[in-house]
Design a protein around this ligand. Structure first.
Ligand SMILES: C[S@@+](CC[C@H](N)C(=O)[O-])C[C@H]1O[C@@H](n2cnc3c(N)ncnc32)[C@H](O)[C@@H]1O
Length: 378
C-alpha cells in the first residue's frame, strides 16, 4: 500500500504531549494532539516504526473511519461504506470491541454487533463470499469508540499494550508503567554521560527505561506486534524498521545509572528485569535505604517514584523519608531531582519549593511530578 494512513497513538492522560514529541521526532507530520491520543498521517511503514520506537504511547491504532452517528442505521451504513477490504483479507479474523461515552448509541454490545455485521457484509460482497467468512487468518482487533456521538473505528496494530516491552519478569507491589517511566525521564535534560539514580527503584523500571533511552534502544525491539502479519504492510517494512532500530542502538554508550532500594528482594527482581532487557550489568543495583544515598559525582539526575504513604499507618514513615531526602540533596545543588508522588505536602517536607510541577496520573492516582533543576558545575 503506497497511500498514507491515519494513525492514532493512544496515551495516558497528561502524557499526550510526550507522545506527540516522539511522533514528530520519527519524522511524521500533521500531528494533532487530542485528549488521550495523538493523531498523525503517515505512510504504512510508520506502523512498524511507531510500534517499535514510541516509548510513551499505550498503543498504535489505524484509523479506518471517523463520523457522527445518532442511530444504529447510521452506524451500520457508514461502517459498511468504509474500505475494510484494503486492510482485512478474505480470511482475516476481526473481533470487535467497543466503548461509548455520552452518546445516543450507548449500548456497547449492540454497537459492537452492528459494526461486526457491517464489516462482514462489506467483505462478503467485495470477496464474493456467499456463506460465512472463515476468519482463520491474520488477527485484527477492531474498536468502535463513540464519544459525544462521534464514532471512531480503528484497528489495533500493537497487540499487547506498548508498555509491555518484554523485559518485566518480576514486579513489586506498585510498579510504574514503563510508558510513564519513560515520560518522567524525557521530562529531564539528562544526557547519557551524566549520573542517573533512582533510590526507590523497586523492580527497576525507571533505571531500565533510562538505560534504553541512554543507548537509544528501541523499546519494542524485544516483542511482537499484532500487525506483523497484516498483508498490506510488506515484510520489508518490518525488516527495515528492525534494521533501523539495530543501526540506531548505541550499545557502546557508557552509562552511569544506579538503582537502589531498601528491599533486597526488589533489587533481585530489578536485576532479573535488566537482564531480560538485554542490559546485562550496565546498571548498578544496590540494596540501600535512601538515607544512605550520597552522590559521588556532580551534575547528576535523581528520578524516583517513592512510596506515597497512602496506606494506613505508612504516612509518617514516608514523610520522614521525604525529609531525609531533602536534607541529603541540599548538599548537592548540582543535582536535579524529580519526584513523582501523590503527597501534596511534598515540597514542605522536602524543604524546598519545586522549580516546576506537573500533574500526572499514575494509574488512577492523581500525582504531581516535582522537578528541582540543579545548577550544573563545570
Ligand atoms: C512505589 S515503589 C517503586 C516502584 C518502582 N518505580 C517500580 O517500577 O517497580 C517504592 C519503592 O521504595 C522502596 N522503599 C521504601 N522505603 C524505602 C527507603 N527508606 N529507602 C529506599 N527505598 C525504599 C520500596 O521497597 C519500593 O520498592
Amino acid at each position: 500500500m503506497t497511500q498514507k494512513v491515519t494513525l492514532i497513538a493512544t496515551a495516558a492522560m497528561g502524557i499526550e504531549a510526550f507522545v506527540a514529541r516522539e511522533v514528530k521526532a520519527l519524522g511524521y507530520e500533521n500531528v494533532q494532539t487530542e485528549n488521550g491520543r495523538v493523531v498523525f498521517e503517515a505512510p504504512v511503514s510508520a506502523i512498524p516504526r511507531a510500534n517499535l520506537w514510541l516509548r510513551t504511547a499505550d498503543r498504535v491504532k489505524l484509523l479506518v473511519g471517523r463520523f457522527k452517528a445518532y442511530s444504529f442505521d447510521e452506524l451500520f451504513e457508514q461502517t459498511k461504506a468504509l474500505p475494510w477490504e484494503e486492510f482485512i483479507t478474505e480470511e482475516g479474523e476481526f473481533p470487535v470491541v467497543g466503548k461509548s461515552v455520552k452518546s445516543k448509541l450507548y449500548s456497547v454490545p449492540d454497537c459492537q454487533s452492528i459494526v461486526k455485521k457491517a464489516v462482514v457484509e462489506r467483505l462478503k460482497k467485495k470477496y464474493g463470499v456467499a456463506s460465512i467468512l472463515k476468519e482463520t487468518g491474520a488477527f485484527h482487533r477492531i474498536e468502535v469508540a463513540i464519544h459525544k456521538d462521534e464514532v471512531l473505528l480503528t484497528m489495533d496494530t500493537s497487540g499487547s499494550g506498548l508498555h509491555k516491552r518484554g523485559y518485566r519478569v518480576g514486579q513489586g507491589e506498585a510498579p510504574l508503567k514503563e510508558t510513564l517511566a519513560a515520560a518522567l525521564i524525557q521530562t529531564t535534560n539528562w544526557s547519557p554521560d551524566q549520573p542517573f539514580v533512582d533510590p526507590f527503584c523497586g523492580s527497576g523500571t525507571i533505571a531500565i527505561e533510562a538505560a534504553l533511552i541512554g543507548q537509544n534502544i528501541a523499546p519494542g525491539f524485544n516483542r511482537e506486534f499484532s500487525s506483523e502479519n497484516w498483508h498490506f504492510i510488506s515484510s520489508s517494512n518490518w525488516e527495515r524498521a528492525f534494521e533501523e532500530a539495530e543501526d540506531h542502538a548505541n550499545y557502546d554508550q557508557p552509562l552511569d545509572i544506579t538503582g537502589s532500594d531498601i528491599s533486597h528482594d526488589m533489587i533481585q527482581i530489578a536485576k532479573s528485569n535488566a537482564m531480560e532487557a538485554g542490559l546485562g550489568d550496565l546498571i548498578q543495583w544496590k540494596q540501600m535505604q535512601v538515607k544512605d544515598f550520597h552522590p559521588k559525582k556532580d551534575n547528576g539526575y535523581l528520578v524516583a517514584n517513592p512510596p506515597y504513604g497512602e496506606r494506613m499507618g505508612d504516612k509518617p514513615e514516608v514523610e520522614e523519608m521525604y525529609r531525609d531526602l531533602g536534607v541529603i540533596m541540599r548538599d548537592y545543588p548540582s543535582w536535579s531531582v524529580y519526584i513523582l508522588t501523590s503527597n501534596e505536602s511534598f515540597e514542605s517536607l522536602y524543604g524546598k519549593e519545586a522549580t516546576k510541577k506537573r500533574k500526572l496520573f499514575n494509574g488512577f492516582i492523581k500525582t504531581d511530578y516535582y522537578q528541582y533543576f540543579g545548577k550544573h558545575v563545570k
